[in-house]
Design a protein around this ligand. Structure first.
Ligand code: ATP
Ligand code: ZN
Length: 310
């Protein structure tokens, strides 16, 4: 089933991103890499798209799912944790999610974890069953779903911030909070024991589809986002080698993409040497280049790929 959003047709796409915080800068960078540029308004809440009819709304991350659900914004860059939490709350209130995750964006990674005082010997969720313990969190919906799944009867203490100090303040025995490096937990004599959600920044959009110019714009943007995500850490490796050296070189390049022979189109001085290229994930180290050279590769070059359309 495809839903039609709102009644007003729009010919510009509006994307909500975090105004300031962990996701603000990487979200802008990603969209800029997709070829968008903006003119900022004086209040710095709205950025008018210059290169394409794609505008930005700069907001608190908590507001992004609601803005999409209400059709105020068409797309948003937000943590999966926020999206899932608000979907859980909507579900509890008998509302459909109204938005969906379109792409994982590979930044803002963190995990929503249950953490206990570091001196506890954790044996598993069964340990807190029927103990009537209190768990402090800013994610009551996700935690509630997990507790229900595990059949644990605990009291959820909802806090909007500084969740990690709740055990020291005596307001809860455990916490459920976002963890990236884990340093905050250590500083508060806590340790993570159960992972409730693997999170990262995601591109979110409405559950339905657009029926105006936004459809084409969203499709183009998604294609560009895919292009940018794919390129991340990709390098084009180019070199020359004699045909006899190919098996040894292929052996060394097992983890790379297929080794492609570039047609020499009758270039002079070819004398049996092949021009070769392959796509590599991640960095290509000096050591790898030297190993390839020993195996017969010459004129090795590592190039950064700037743009590609799959
Ligand atoms: P806002 O003012 O927009 O409400 P905030 O304080 O809620 O900001 P940030 O702390 O900037 O938000 O975090 C935004 C998102 O970054 C989180 O929702 C989460 O997806 C991600 N994130 C990554 N690592 C962490 C972490 N260690 N702690 C909290 N959030 C993290
Ligand atoms: Zn927030």
């Amino acid at each position: 089933m495809t839903l039609t959003l709102g009644t007003a047709t729009r010919d510009r796409l509006r994307i909500a991103i975090q105004k300031s915080g962990r996701l603000a800068e990487p979200a802008r960078k990603l969209l800029a890499a997709c070829g968008l540029s903006w003119r900022e308004s004086r209040d710095k809440l709205f950025c008018y798209g210059e290169t394409l009819p794609v505008d930005l709304l700069l907001v608190r991350d908590d507001d992004i799912p609601g803005l999409i659900a209400d059709g105020v914004c068409d797309l948003g860059v937000v943590g999966r944790n926020e999206l899932e939490e608000q979907a859980g709350t909507r579900l509890r209130n008998g509302l459909a999610p109204a938005y969906r995750e379109l792409r994982g964006l590979g930044f803002g990674q963190c995990r929503l974890m249950l953490a206990v005082p570091e001196d506890w010997d954790w044996t598993g969720p069964g340990q807190i069953k029927d103990k009537g313990l209190r768990i402090a969190t800013s994610y009551p919906a996700i935690l509630g779903q997990w507790l229900a799944r595990e059949g644990i009867d605990a009291q959820v203490v909802e806090l909007s911030g500084s969740v990690e100090i709740a055990p020291r303040l005596g307001t809860a025995e455990l916490i459920c909070d976002l963890v990236s490096s884990g340093a905050t937990l250590v500083a508060n004599q806590l340790k993570p024991v159960e992972n409730l959600l693997d999170s990262e920044a995601v591109l979110a959009g409405p559950a339905g589809s657009f029926d105006d110019a936004r459809a084409g714009l969203a499709q183009m943007l998604l294609r560009r986002v895919d292009g940018v995500l794919q390129l991340k850490d990709r390098k084009l490796l180019m070199f020359n080698a004699a045909r006899e050296a190919l098996p040894a070189l292929e052996q060394l390049l097992q983890d790379a993409g297929p080794l492609v022979v570039v047609p020499d189109q009758g270039r002079p001085g070819g004398n049996g040497t092949l021009a070769l290229q392959t796509m590599c994930e991640g960095t290509v180290s000096w050591q790898q280049l030297e190993d390839l050279e020993r195996a017969g590769a010459r004129g090795l070059m590592v190039l950064t790929v700037e743009r590609s359309l799959a």
